[in-house]
Design a protein around this ligand. Structure first.
Ligand code: NDP
Length: 266
């Protein structure tokens, strides 16, 4: 079999762990493939770039997940529903699109049992796919965001939405930071007074930011809450993408064995 080439498309893309994760798994399985990174500046060129580079599949990260959706010929039903694609596989000249962020996230929070109500802090692109899958799975999702504008589409979609000014605190089983607050700073995702109201009543708290103890997670820990960062979400979306890349040749747990080695590196 000719060696298949995979890549991650994004801008920026130099920080991505995906090449390490996928190459560890390809090597582990002796699978004839390699995975690289590609700085894609213009999302409109995604499809041409994919074919010009002779790729078999890609992961797509910020800011091209919507462009990836438009580049695909065939869409998985969930990707079709949310309009966001982060994994593409070429089969017989056609591009097949999937979203693996959302199922990866769902699996990452599955360790928190007896959870019904979820408060999302943030309403950006990541919240879009994850709120949809959580609702499909029966969770009751409320979104709290700094700006009102981003909440419009969620409101239209039937979600309960609040800005910092309109928020009415109640009990939420799980409180999740879906913002980029804390990624490169020590900011909290919303005013501290709001967190002081919802965190003590929560069963657990999650941050989608990974590899860092954010100000949000530190505050949640100060209340003795179980917490987790976004590392498992990152790992699980990668495993599910690998399943698509290899047409389900391996099980989730077999892939996990190799891929989780990427988290031993800093
Ligand atoms: P977007 O740019 O689409 O959305 C950003 C969101 O964060 C908006 O709701 C924005 O609110 C809010 N926000 C940004 N800064 C602040 C702040 N200082 N205070 C309050 N709210 C703020 O980002 P994404 O949805 O793509 O990414 C969100 C996070 O998810 C990032 O930290 C990213 O690293 C992480 N992520 C993790 C993954 C994983 O595998 N673990 C996968 C993908 C993303 P407003 O509307 O007011 O601007």
């Amino acid at each position: 079999m000719a060696k298949e080439i995979f890549a991650i498309f994004g801008n920026p893309v130099s920080h991505s762990k995906s090449p390490l994760m996928h190459n560890l798994a390809f090597t582990g399985f002796d699978y004839e493939a390699c995975y690289t990174r590609y700085l894609l500046e213009d999302g409109h060129t995604l499809k041409d770039t994919f074919f010009n580079l002779g790729l078999k599949g890609v992961n797509v990260t910020v800011p091209h997940k919507e462009a990836a959706f438009h580049a695909c010929d065939v869409l998985d039903p969930f990707a079709q529903k949310i309009g966001v694609v982060n994994t593409i596989v070429e089969r017989e000249g056609k591009l097949y699109g999937y979203n693996t962020d959302a199922p990866g996230f769902l699996k990452a929070i599955s360790e928190f049992t007896d959870v019904k109500t979820v408060l999302f802090l943030g309403a950006g692109g990541t919240a879009q796919s994850t709120s949809s899958i959580l609702r499909d799975e029966g969770y009751d999702v409320t979104l709290l965001n700094r700006s009102a504008g981003r909440l419009e589409k969620y409101k239209a979609d039937g979600f309960k939405t609040y800005t910092f000014e309109t928020f009415v605190p109640k009990k939420y089983d799980l409180v999740i930071n879906m913002t980029s607050a804390g990624l490169e700073d020590e900011h909290l995702p919303c005013p501290k007074e709001i967190l002081e109201n919802v965190v003590p009543k929560a069963k657990a708290c999650v941050d989608v930011i990974y590899g860092k103890e954010t100000a949000f997670l530190k505050l949640c820990q100060s209340y003795g809450k179980p917490t987790k960062d976004g590392s498992d979400m990152l790992l699980y979306q990668g495993i599910i993408a690998f399943e698509h890349f290899t047409n389900n040749a391996y099980t989730f747990d077999e892939i996990k064995c190799y891929m989780q080695g990427a988290f031993d590196f800093n």
